[in-house]
Design a protein around this ligand. Structure first.
Ligand code: PLP
Length: 452
């Protein structure tokens, strides 16, 4: 009988993160200063990030050492298991082998602590007292509250209003670890006030919450900003996921044919997939698929161009797939996938057709989530269920073609705090939403025209 769970010992845990920047066939376009329209320098980012993270953001070193103190903390939940979904395979009657990398085993229940603890560590070393951040689904806010507590930092979380209302238990989790949580948009920042003036019932969005957190950090000397996705250093920290997966597949005697991850800002998908880039560039036939919701179809419907990361235009402009910084996605339940942009690294690789992207409506995503919960037992986060939907569809294709492919997806988080959305699905109250083309056009009409 083959092993179902493939574990690494703590000694086998990677000691370095993989930086994909020097290996990108087409280099990233530089971030642009929102005020000057010129490429940003390290000094421009210094008010909101500590220098070590700024260095990682632009580093051309392929391998970046993980400090021993962080290795000790990673050992609280890492290495995470790679698990074969044999019960799902049998249910689907597929000849494909399906594996999932289980990142739900962290304290916060997702991949987010992989970067949260690293960001808290470098901020603490730089003498910072407080971190301000946004959270969509509540996973990132939980992860940062957890990490700040470990390093004795205060943590302020601007939580997107729809999630704040749908997920009170995520809020309690953050508060348990010492985080201060506000429903965004708030009346505490100029950015929040401006949104509320236009629309007092705004459901909030990640773009709005980011503006609030960045403003908070810029206005306070002892405070910096932490972002849970999108940026290069976040993808860098998440590469521990893909690096472990590679070692585990080797132990299982497998080579992945298809790699799948859900995409909000792109950090779990990016960190899971980029370590496999060199195999793909050497000509091995691997399909690498990012999965997003049809209600926020950044990679599948957005153009690839410069845009702000937030609604108040405070962040640098990044070259990425975007639906426009003013775009407020509909309140679907996968709150963590409601972001108008996508990581420049992931966008770059999709633009070069090295990575692919697909989009699914939420009812088919929940159908997959329930199928997974009933066969493998674990209840996935709605975000993660996007990856599961795609893995199931690929496995069904294999059943039809009789191909014995190896499908590996990243199980980015569990859904224990998402049961209200399961209830809505089970009682037939979830609506599918496909973003109309004119809504996309409207949001894109506000995009800045950057020429460098
Ligand atoms: C469980 C889970 N998966 C995925 C995501 C999407 O983020 P990213 O694309 O950065 O991995 C989130 C975001 O909150 C999340 O909570």
């Amino acid at each position: 009988m083959e092993e179902v769970k493939i574990y690494l010992s703590e000694k086998e845990m990677p000691r370095e993160w993989y930086n994909v920047l020097p290996d990108l066939p087409e280099p990233l376009s530089p971030p642009i200063h929102p005020g000057t329209g010129k490429p940003v320098g390290p000094e421009d980012l210094a008010p909101i990030f500590p220098m070590e993270l700024i260095k990682q953001e632009v580093s051309q070193e392929r391998w970046i050492g993980i400090p021993d103190e962080l290795i000790d903390i990673y050992k609280m939940w890492r290495p995470s298991p790679l698990q074969r979904a044999i019960h799902l395979e049998r249910f689907l009657k597929t000849p494909a082998r399906i594996y999932f990398k289980n990142e739900s085993v962290s304290a916060a229940g997702s991949h987010k602590p992989n970067t949260a603890v690293a960001q808290a560590y470098y901020n603490k070393k730089a003498g910072v007292k407080r971190l301000a951040t946004e959270t969509g689904a509540g996973q990132w806010g939980s992860a940062l509250s957890f990490a700040c507590n470990l390093f004795g930092l205060e943590c302020t979380v601007y939580m997107v209003k729809v999630s704040y209302e749908q997920k009170p238990y995520r809020k309690f989790l953050m508060q348990t670890w010492g985080g201060k949580v506000y429903s965004s948009p708030t009346n505490l920042t100029n950015a929040g006030k401006a949104v509320l003036k236009k629309d007092p019932n705004s459901p909030g969005s990640l773009g709005i919450a980011i503006s609030e957190a960045v403003e908070d950090a810029a206005a306070h000397e002892d405070t910096k900003y932490a972002l849970g996705s999108v940026l290069n250093h976040v993808v860098l920290h998440q590469t521990i996921v893909g690096l472990e997966t590679q070692k585990q597949l080797k132990i299982a005697g497998e080579q992945a044919d298809i790699l799948i991850g859900c995409v909000g800002g792109g950090s779990n998908f990016g960190g899971f997939a980029v370590p496999f880039l060199s195999e793909k560039l050497k000509g091995r036939d691997i399909k690498i698929i990012g999965v997003e919701p049809t209600s926020c179809p950044t990679l599948t419907k957005g153009p690839f161009r410069y845009d702000f990361g937030d609604i108040a235009k405070m962040t640098p402009l990044l070259m990425m797939y975007t639906l426009g910084h003013s775009f407020v996605p509909p309140a679907i339940h996968a709150g963590g996938l409601r972001y108008h942009g996508a990581a420049p690294i992931v966008s770059n690789l999709v633009n070069q057709k090295i990575f692919e992207a697909v989009a699914y409506p939420q009812n088919s995503v929940f159908e997959a989530a329930i199928m997974f919960a009933k066969t493998e037992g674990i209840i996935p986060a709605p975000e993660t269920a996007h990856a599961i939907r795609c893995a199931i569809d690929e496995a069904i294709k294999c059943r039809e073609t009789k191909e014995e492919k190896c499908i590996v997806f990243n199980f980015s988080g569990h859904g224990h705090f998402d049961m209200v959305s399961y209830d809505k699905y089970l009682s037939g109250k979830l609506e599918d939403y496909v973003l109309p083309e004119d809504k996309i056009k409207e949001a894109l009409s506000e995009l800045p025209d950057i020429k460098i």
